[in-house]
Design a protein around this ligand. Structure first.
Ligand code: NCD
Ligand code: ZN
Ligand code: ZN
Ligand code: ZN
Length: 406
């Protein structure tokens, strides 16, 4: 039995102090804080100003292994995840050898089962020629979704075939799209509309990393027509702008203006934007300092503490943060209700409130952050995955992980 004494938990009414009892992988009791310090037979954690929220689920991660494991691998990436309060990650297919077939998925799954400290799922990349294979059971049982690149980015995976872009909606797994901007977004919506006339139930269409007001407006309009349309934003598109950021060069999509960022925050507040995806895309400092650096920022280690801080500053309710970082993705991947309530599976992160800034001691192999020097009001004390303490005060405890194929 693990008991977290007198921690703030996000309830309908806002943050409330509770004692949270975890046993057998689940929340057992959530009670008003008790007095007295002795609870027999229990391991008690009682931080000074603890904030406990459901651990985040990150639908957009580039782990890099196999192929680019000098930048990041399954061990370093999953440690960065745990330190950031993330209990499950979903890995993109733009590896050195793109993951487009069964063999690539099997290879990656084997590595991750051995090395990952967090639960994980995998995506397959759509190509001009593999849509029929993706529909087959042998691939369906290995994937959590299909990724489409409609524009150039790291990995050079571009889909041009109209047939592929239509047929992909004839399979049931979520379809995640790197649109490259408004034009690509309109294009994929065109195929989605066309598919609606042919198939009964459409799979979820998941628009990755919204970055401009224009894209947000398009998504908002299309959502009136499609309940199964979902959108993601990254912490860096919310918290950094083009203006205040040059040092580490590019990321795709490019950082927007401060006005774009404000619009994206509105989208988060209103619920037009469903998911936080970190788009954790590590490249080495050496690569980033080159004349034409690869696009991408690491972010999984810092996302939730920074967002906790920003939600507080913007007076957005804790319940919205939980939807945005955890609940929406849990629903997408059928992971069950993760809210801090009796009987639910207990994956959570305990933060300490205080004053820190991002920098140093990174778990990510690339060892830098675009948020270096940014102030943060929270620091991870403890991460629990399905009832097991897997991270505590800088130390990791490897447990059997789960391969997710919802
Ligand atoms: C990503 C990467 O490095 O794999 N880069 C990026 O700038 N976001 C690819 C991507 O998500 O587009
Ligand atoms: Zn992308
Ligand atoms: Zn701003
Ligand atoms: Zn990405």
């Amino acid at each position: 039995m693990l008991v977290m004494r007198n921690v703030h938990v996000p309830l309908q009414s806002g943050w409330e102090r509770r004692d949270v009892w975890i046993e057998g992988g689940r929340y057992r009791r959530i009670t008003p804080p008790e007095h007295g310090d002795f609870i027999s037979g229990a391991r008690v954690v009682a931080p000074k100003a603890g904030f406990l929220i459901p651990a985040a689920v990150d639908p957009h991660v580039h782990v890099r292994e196999p192929g680019y494991d000098y930048k990041e691998d399954w061990e370093s990436c999953s440690k960065a995840a745990l330190k950031g309060g993330v209990c499950a990650i979903f890995d993109m297919p733009n590896n050195k050898e793109p993951v487009t077939r069964e063999r690539g998925l099997l290879e990656k799954r084997a590595i991750a089962l051995k090395k990952s400290l967090v639960d994980f799922g995998l995506y397959v990349a759509l190509t001009d020629g593999n849509v029929d294979e993706i529909k087959e059971t042998k691939i369906q049982k290995l994937i959590s979704g299909v990724k489409i690149y409609m524009a150039e980015t790291t990995g050079g995976l571009l889909v041009r075939s109209d047939r592929a872009l239509l047929q992909v909606f004839g399979q049931p797994k979520p379809v995640l799209v790197h649109t490259g901007g408004a034009e690509g977004l309109c294009r994929i919506l065109h195929f989605y509309t066309k598919a609606k006339k042919r198939v009964g139930t459409l799979p979820v269409l998941y628009i990755c990393h919204l970055s401009t007001k224009e894209e947000l407006t398009l998504v908002e309009g299309a959502k009136r027509e499609f309940l199964s349309l979902k959108a993601e934003v990254t912490p860096h598109h919310l918290l950094l702008h083009r203006k205040n950021y040059e040092e580490y060069g590019s990321v795709l999509p490019n950082l927007g203006t401060p006005e774009d960022a404000e619009c994206l925050w509105d989208g988060v507040a209103r619920g037009t934007i469903d998911f936080m995806g970190t788009d954790h895309a590590p490249h080495t400092v050496y690569e980033k300092k080159k004349k034409s650096p690869p696009a991408g920022f690491p972010g999984i280690e810092t996302a939730v503490p920074l967002l906790m801080t920003a939600f507080g500053e913007r007076k957005l309710p804790a319940s919205r943060l939980v939807r945005f970082t955890s609940q929406a993705a849990r629903e997408l991947f059928h992971l069950g209700d993760g809210s801090i309530m009796p009987k639910n599976s207990a994956s959570c992160v305990l933060f300490e409130e205080g004053e820190w800034e991002v920098g140093g001691g990174y778990e990510t192999k690339c060892r830098w952050s675009p948020f270096e020097g940014v102030k943060t009001g929270y620091r991870t004390l403890l991460t629990v995955v399905r009832g097991n303490v897997v991270y505590r005060d800088g130390k990791f405890n490897k447990r059997r992980v789960r391969f997710i194929t919802a």
